[in-house]
Design a protein around this ligand. Structure first.
Ligand code: MEV
Length: 431
C-alpha cells in the first residue's frame, strides 16, 4: 500500500518529515539524523576547541538537493546555504539530467603544491640547477614529515624550481613541492613539509627563505564533470527546447568572453559548490580562491564551465575546477554534521566527494543560465517565496501548487492574500 508520505512531494513535507523520508530512502542512522537536524550538532565544547574566543555557534539552513545521479550512483546532496532557489535549482537540473544518466565526473590527482620563496640570490639559474640536483634528497626529507600519509599512499611526488623574473622586488626563486595528500585537504601536511625543507634549501642555494606555504591554485587537483540534457526536456511555458538550449549557450558565451559577466557566472557555479563544502566541513575560502585563480589562468578571467550542442542536438555542459577538499581531518572530523553529511552521501574519499561537488556546481550553473536566458531569475524566487507563504497560510498539500500559482499570477505574494484565497476555496468546498 502506498503510504501518505510517499504520495507527498519532498518539498511539501515539514523538516522532520523530510528527515524521516530521507531515513527511509538511505541508511542514515538516528545519530546522524540528529546531527543533521541540528538537534545534536556542533557542541559549544567542540566549537571552543576549533577557533579562538568562542561565545557560541551559528546556524544556517541545511537542505537536501534531490535527484543527483553521479557516475551511476544516486546521491542525496546536503547543502548549507542562506540563499533561496539554490537547492530547488540544483534538484531540478539534476532531475532533467537523469534521462541521460546524470553527471559523469572524475578527478585528476590529489596533489597539492607547497611554495618556498627564496630571496637574496645573485645567480638564479645556478641556484635552480643546484636545487634540482638535490631533488631526491629534498623529497626524501619531505617524506619524513608525515609517515601516516606515506602509509596511506601519499607523500612528496616532485620538486620544481621556478624563476620569477619580474616582481616589485626584482627577480627571485620559487620552489614548488608537489605533495600527494590523498583524502586530506592537505594544508597541514604541505605547510609542515615546506617548513621542514626551508633550512636545506637555504644551505643548498646560499639564499634566504621567506614564505613557506601551500598554494590554493590547486591545478593538479582538478575535478571535472559533464552532463547532457535532452533539448526537448528544456521546454517550458512558452519556450521551446531549442530556444532554451540556444539561450543557455548564448548566456555562457557572454561569460566566456567578458570578465564582468564571468564573475557572476562563476558565482552561480560556487552557489552549488560552497554549500556542499560547508555541509562537509571543508575550507570554502580555499576552494573559492583556487576556482577564481584557475578561471584566470589564461591571463584573462573567464567561465569555468562550457555549454554547447552535441551531435544529437542536445545540450552538453562541462565544468573543470580545482577542488582541494578533504574527507579526513579539520572541521570535517570534528563537526558531527559534517560526518553525517559524508555518510549521507556515501562518499568514501576526497575524490568521490569532489566528483559530487563539481556535478552540483555544473547543475547550479545550468539552473541559473536556464532562468536568466528565459524568464529571468526573479520569477523562480517569487515562486519559492509564494510556496513558503502558501504553507504559512495553512494550505493543504493538495492546495499548495495551485495557491502558489495564483499568488504569482496575482503578483501579490502576501499572507493576507493567501488566507483570503484559501477561505474562498474552502468555503466553496463546503457549499
Ligand atoms: C545569484 O546568486 C547567481 C546568479 O547571478 C548566477 C548567474 O548570473 O549566472 C543567478
Amino acid at each position: 500500500m502506498t503510504s501518505i508520505k510517499e504520495t507527498r512531494k519532498f518539498y511539501n513535507l515539514s523538516p522532520p518529515e523530510r528527515l524521516e523520508r530521507l531515513r527511509t530512502e538511505t541508511k542514515l542512522s538516528a545519530a546522524d539524523a540528529a546531527a543533521l537536524s541540528g538537534e545534536d550538532g556542533l557542541s559549544i565544547d567542540a566549537a571552543d576547541h576549533m577557533i579562538e574566543n568562542v561565545i557560541g555557534t551559528f546556524s544556517l539552513p541545511l537542505g537536501i538537493a534531490r535527484y543527483f545521479r553521479v557516475n551511476g550512483r544516486d546521491v542525496p546532496v546536503p547543502m548549507v546555504v542562506e540563499e533561496p532557489s539554490i537547492v530547488a535549482g540544483a534538484s531540478f537540473m539534476a532531475k532533467l539530467a537523469r534521462a541521460t544518466g546524470g553527471f559523469f565526473a572524475r578527478t585528476t590527482s590529489s596533489e597539492m603544491i607547497g611554495q618556498i620563496q627564496v630571496l637574496d640570490l645573485d645567480d638564479l639559474p645556478s641556484a635552480r640547477l643546484k636545487l634540482l640536483a638535490e631533488k631526491d634528497a629534498l623529497l626524501a626529507e619531505a617524506a619524513r614529515v608525515d609517515p601516516v600519509l606515506i602509509k596511506l599512499g601519499g607523500g612528496p611526488r616532485d620538486l620544481e624550481v621556478r624563476i620569477i623574473t619580474a616582481s616589485p622586488i626584482g627577480p627571485f626563486l620559487v620552489v614548488h613541492l608537489v605533495y600527494d595528500v590523498v583524502d586530506a585537504m592537505g594544508a597541514n601536511a604541505v605547510n609542515t613539509a615546506v617548513e621542514r625543507l626551508a633550512p636545506k634549501i637555504e644551505r643548498i642555494t646560499g639564499g634566504r627563505v621567506l614564505l613557506r606555504i601551500l598554494s590554493n591554485l590547486a591545478d593538479r587537483r582538478l575535478a571535472q564533470a559533464r552532463v547532457t540534457i535532452r533539448t526537448a526536456a528544456l521546454a517550458f511555458d512558452d519556450f521551446n527546447g531549442e530556444q532554451v538550449r540556444d539561450g543557455i549557450i548564448q548566456a555562457w558565451a557572454f561569460a566566456a568572453a567578458d570578465p564582468y559577466r564571468a564573475a557572476t557566472h562563476n558565482k552561480g557555479i560556487m552557489n552549488g559548490v560552497d554549500p556542499v563544502l560547508i555541509a562537509t566541513g571543508n575550507d570554502w575560502r580555499a576552494v573559492e580562491a583556487g576556482a577564481h585563480a584557475f578561471a584566470a589562468r589564461s591571463g584573462r578571467y573567464t567561465s569555468l564551465s562550457t555549454w554547447s550542442v552535441d551531435s544529437s542536438g542536445d545540450l552538453a555542459g562541462t565544468l573543470e575546477m580545482p577542488l582541494a577538499i578533504g574527507t579526513v581531518g579539520g572541521a570535517t572530523r570534528v563537526h558531527p554534521g559534517a560526518q553525517a553529511s559524508l555518510r549521507l552521501m556515501g562518499v568514501d574519499s576526497a575524490a568521490e566527494l569532489a566528483e559530487v561537488i563539481v556535478s552540483v556546481g555544473l547543475a547550479q550553473n545550468l539552473a541559473a543560465l536556464r532562468a536568466l536566458a528565459t524568464e529571468g531569475i526573479q520569477r523562480g524566487h517569487m515562486s519559492l517565496h509564494a510556496r513558503q507563504v502558501a504553507i504559512a497560510a495553512g494550505a493543504r498539500d493538495d492546495q499548495i501548487d495551485a495557491l502558489v500559482e495564483r499568488l504569482v499570477v496575482d503578483k501579490m505574494v502576501r499572507i493576507d492574500h493567501a488566507v483570503a484565497i484559501l477561505e474562498e476555496w474552502n468555503g466553496e468546498e463546503h457549499d
